[in-house]
Ligand binder design. Structure first.
Ligand SMILES: Cc1cc2nc3c(=O)[nH]c(=O)nc-3n(C[C@H](O)[C@H](O)[C@H](O)COP(=O)(O)O)c2cc1C
Length: 209
């Protein structure tokens, strides 16, 4: 099958492409609006793009022709927290994706306790086993051939990291089975981590680099 993505409806294109770029990590993002009201929503057009400087991206679509609350809040306040979604938090993560207007508190809607962050103002999901506190550094519009922006990719610098002591061996080892991250597939599909394995990096035979 050969497919020209431009020949597909917007929905079919989305479902096809998001089923092929898998599994996607979920950035479960807390922000505050300009009035200090909390907001929480999951984003799977999300990734770590650099560790020096530590940088993540999230691509935020439109709602009713305007920015979703997460983007509006980032533009207003410039701070976010990424809460890692462990499998026991899947239902709450999904509840927090409810399409609602500014000022609707998804922490309360999803039955989640908050806990303060260390260097940014948005609160964290208390039940999450790890969190990345971050600050906005850039925003890039993803435009179509007519110059219309459908998504905005936000770049943010990670400024503080929290990891539950029970799953962490310094300086960098995370117990993946205990973190139990959930990943997004397409539509309502998700995946858990399956069998873990390790693959050593190749070296040139007999070479010195
Ligand atoms: C697992 C999951 C991943 C999602 N990923 C994205 C995404 O990458 N970009 C996006 O615009 N919306 C995404 N959504 C939809 C948003 O979560 C939804 O529009 C939400 O209401 C936005 O909230 P906000 O307006 O508070 O930012 C996703 C939803 C789910 C359940």
């Amino acid at each position: 099958m050969d497919i020209d993505p431009a020949s597909l409806s917007e929905r079919d294109r989305h479902l096809l492409l998001t089923a092929l770029v898998v599994p996607r990590p979920i950035g479960w993002i807390s922000t505050l609006d300009a009035r200090g009201r909390p907001n929480l929503a999951p984003y799977s057009f999300f990734n770590l793009v650099a560790s020096s400087p530590p940088t993540l991206i999230v691509s935020i679509g439109q709602r009713d022709g305007g920015p979703k609350d997460t983007l509006a809040n980032l533009r207003a306040t410039g701070e976010l927290v990424v809460n890692v979604v462990s499998d026991d938090l899947t239902a709450a993560m999904n509840a927090s994706s409810v399409e609602s207007g500014p000022g609707h508190d998804e922490f309360a809607f999803a039955g989640l306790e908050t806990t303060p962050s260390t260097v940014v103002r948005p609160p964290r999901v208390a039940a999450a086993r790890a969190h990345l506190e971050a600050r906005l550094v850039d925003e890039v519009a993803v435009v179509d051939d007519d110059g219309v922006a459908h998504n905005h990719v936000v770049f943010a610098r990670i400024v503080h990291v929290h990891v539950d002591d029970a799953i962490f061996t310094p300086p960098h080892r995370i117990d993946m089975a205990a973190l139990a991250p959930v990943a997004r597939l397409a539509g309502t599909g998700y995946a858990r981590i399956g069998e873990l394995f390790s693959v050593p990096r190749p070296e040139v035979p007999g070479g010195d680099g």
